[in-house]
Design a protein around this ligand. Structure first.
Ligand code: GRF
Length: 219
């Protein structure tokens, strides 16, 4: 992989390497399954990176757990099969994860991307895809794990916030860090304005992290 120097005008790029599209993995597209619960802007970013040739991957299936989730509409627009697995219909987290694994296997998924998946996953899912599940979290881990990470960052008064793509392990938001991007916190930031700027960076580093996964698969 070639790591290009960061442009001088980008704070976020100080932390994340820029991966040149020409150095992304050759060969068969990485078969992705995406898990998402809500808006799906990260799903969209991955689909766009694939469509523009920046990411050699294919989204085999979207799994979502909330019938109202806008991500399902996005999947339809991209002709990606979408499967609703409503967590309310399952007795336990493990039961839900068993059905997720079954669905991912049906669609021949290699790597799983949690892109705004608002459920804690269990070893049922993690063991079925060892070191092949990534998550995007809106903080610079290991700071501010868990829910309301942006509110936690604002309450702590940090001056730099950001986002992290990491491997998923049983402990929440704790696996190996693949990429991070930093975002300055402005004096008048609200959780919403800060989240908007963090999301711009999420949309950049999530496809890059998947590209790293695709490249490493070839080793
Ligand atoms: C993102 O901010 C992500 O970090 C967090 O949930 C949000 C999902 O956003 N885990 P979207 O649904 O992809 O727009």
């Amino acid at each position: 992989m070639r790591i290009d120097p960061a442009p001088a005008d980008s704070t976020a790029n100080l932390i994340s390497p820029i991966i040149s599209p020409s150095h992304l993995s050759p060969g068969a597209p990485l078969r992705l399954g995406i898990l998402a619960s809500g808006n799906g802007s990260n799903f969209e970013a991955v689909a766009e990176a694939i469509a523009s040739g920046k990411l050699n991957a294919k989204i085999q299936v979207l799994i979502y757990n909330n019938p109202e989730a806008k991500v399902a509409v996005r999947a339809a627009n991209w002709d990606v099969p979408a499967v609703l697995l409503n967590h309310r219909n399952f007795q336990s987290r493990e039961d839900l994860d068993r059905e997720i694994v079954h669905t991912l296997q049906q669609y021949q998924v290699e790597w799983v991307v949690m892109a705004g998946w608002m459920r804690i996953v269990t070893s049922v899912l993690i063991d079925a895809f060892p070191n092949q599940i990534i998550n995007i979290h809106p903080s610079l881990l290991p700071s501010f794990k868990g829910v309301r990470a942006i509110e936690q960052a604002l309450a702590a008064g940090v001056k730099i916030a950001g986002c992290t793509v990491h491997l998923v392990v049983p402990e929440v938001d704790s696996g190996l860090i693949l990429l991070q991007a930093a975002v300055p916190v402005l004096a008048d930031d609200t959780a919403e304005t800060l989240h908007d700027r963090i999301q711009e960076q999420e949309h950049r580093i999530l496809p890059q992290a998947i590209a790293i996964a695709a490249r490493d698969r070839l080793r």
